[in-house]
Design a protein around this ligand. Structure first.
Ligand code: SF4
Ligand code: SF4
Length: 503
């Protein structure tokens, strides 16, 4: 899961650390230093310490595979969940990976064991003792684990590192000695102390928080770490060279290029919703999904986006804060999979507390942002079996929403009408804007659009739709035929009828 996914899963994790496991249990935390596609860059290594479980950090594609197997074995050996902590560069990296024969492990028998798995206080108190005993055993194990490697080179300079930072440090310190940590929780403190004593200067190279460094310092040992290295964003060979060797950062020579922020795809059905909402100047409580990109110009839609599933809950806060100002309308916007993931309880709460709120579910029948995974609204299980999709209309009505409509967002007149009625409704109104993601069904529209230069007055209204297919070339508005999906959104806003479909 993504690092922020563990925030949600941590409720289960903290107590699973007490119960232990039956067969091996490994979870991957994919952290995102630098926030390439995340709302924060929290360092999930801290969760391993918090839950007192074992954590492994691979530093290459080969290790990503090998450590997964090791993690399962260690999980069974120590009866604990094990975290495999990855970062963006390890997840995106590609390399030749050597495979081995699979070893078949027999499924374990299910044995009812309430003392271990029913965490009422009487049992949990006893399990906490087990957690502490297990932690001591893990501390002993990691001192001699083959995953924590010493590479002896220069006796003057030592580097302690793990994960992708080890690779950066290897390039930045080609002759240094290394303590490469494959297991970063618990830390092999005796091995670390020995390494520090046998090298004159020791650096700790780690991204984000001083997770390793703080534990070393707490043991009374001296290293160079975050006093020289940043605790924000990713590290790189260049940053290490600059901060630790005083070498100037290489100039990339791209200062004059314009920024190219990510945008919603051409033909995205969500775009139409934000074009309509813009007209009503509603306060928009947004959520996590590709539609979050509508916060960028020219749509400038979102007032707030916090975390997965927060849109409806935060919208209720807005409504109560604005209670003296009836002119302000609040709209919560979230995708189908986010609604299923964590929007439903907030809808129950909004209905139960008689909130006057409009909720727009952007239903593209897929979990688009993370790579088009199916969800209970898509009608296909993750195994590929076709099943009855969750009916959002029935669900919203069953919860008690008084106004529930499904609309095709590309038909902007109907969409506008439904959203206006929804916003006038005295209670919870739910609008389901339903149309498949264009990347999943690219041929849902016949042909593409073209601008008739004779009719076009260059008013540039179509540019405000925010479609990346439409741009200015030599001061003339143009549609890129290679990008256009023919959704017709631009055609519907053109006052001159200058945008024509070509099939
Ligand atoms: S909205 Fe129509 S008239 Fe205005 S620039 Fe676009 S194509 Fe031309
Ligand atoms: S029809 Fe218009 S809005 Fe839709 S993809 Fe093509 S250029 Fe973009």
């Amino acid at each position: 899961m993504k690092h922020v996914g563990l925030n949600v899963a941590s409720d289960a994790l903290m107590t699973a650390a007490y119960t232990g496991v039956n067969a091996g249990m490994v979870f991957i935390s994919a952290d995102d230093p630098g926030m390439h596609s995340s709302q924060n860059e929290q360092d999930n290594r801290i969760f391993a310490r918090f839950a007192q479980i074992m954590m492994l950090e691979p530093a290459s594609s080969q290790e990503a595979k090998d450590y997964t197997q090791s993690a399962f074995m260690l999980s069974e050996q120590f009866d604990t969940p094990v975290m495999l902590r990855m970062t963006t560069r390890i997840c995106h990296g590609k390399g030749i990976v050597e495979l081995y024969d699979r070893s078949a492990i027999e499924a374990k028998e299910y044995v009812k064991n309430p003392h271990k798995f029913v965490m009422i206080p009487a049992n949990a108190r006893l399990r906490h003792v087990v957690v502490k005993e297990r932690f001591r055993a893990m501390c002993e194990y990691v001192e001699n684990s083959p995953l924590n490697l010493v590479e002896e080179n220069d006796p003057d300079i030592g580097v302690i590192s793990s994960g992708v930072c080890y690779q950066y440090a290897r390039e930045s310190f080609p002759t240094a000695s290394f303590l490469k940590l494959g297991i970063t929780h618990p830390l092999p403190m005796k091995k670390i102390a020995q390494f520090i004593k046998s090298h004159q200067t020791v650096y700790v190279v780690e991204e984000l928080e001083p997770f390793i460094e703080e534990q070393i310092r707490a043991a009374g040992l001296q290293v160079i770490g975050k006093q020289a290295l940043p605790s924000i964003g990713e590290l790189s060979v260049e940053i290490l060279n600059e901060k630790l060797h005083g070498k100037a950062l290489p100039h990339k020579g791209v200062d004059s290029l314009p920024g190219r922020p990510p945008v919603m795809c051409a033909g995205c059905p969500h775009r139409a919703v934000f074009n309509v909402l813009r007209k009503y100047r509603a306060v928009i409580s947004g959520d996590i999904g590709c539609y979050t990109l509508s916060t960028l110009p020219p749509l400038n839609s979102m007032d707030s986006v916090l975390c997965m599933g927060a849109s409806i809950g935060m919208a209720q806060g807005y409504v109560r804060a604005f209670k003296e100002d009836k002119s302000r309308r609040v709209v919560s916007v979230l995708g189908d999979s986010t609604f299923i993931h964590s929007g439903i309880p907030s809808l129950v709460n909004a209905v139960y507390n008689r909130t006057r709120l409009t909720i727009v579910i952007l239903d593209n029948s897929i979990t688009a942002m993370t790579g088009h995974q199916d969800n209970p609204g898509s009608g296909k299980t993750l195994a590929g079996d076709h099943v009855e999709p969750l009916n959002f209309e029935n669900l919203a009505r069953a919860i008690g929403a008084g106004f529930v409509r499904t609309v095709d967002p590309i038909e902007t007149e109907s969409l506008d009408q439904v959203i206006r009625e929804a916003m006038e409704f005295e209670g919870v109104s739910v609008v389901i804007a339903k149309r498949p993601c264009v990347l999943v069904e690219p041929n849902q529209f016949p042909g593409i659009m073209k601008i008739d230069k004779e009719l076009c007055t260059e008013c540039r209204i179509c540019l405000r739709v925010g479609c990346p297919s439409i741009s200015l070339h030599d001061q003339q508005v143009t549609i890129d035929p290679n990008l256009c999906f023919g959704c017709s959104l631009c055609k519907q806003v053109c006052p001159q009828d200058a945008i024509q479909r070509i099939v």
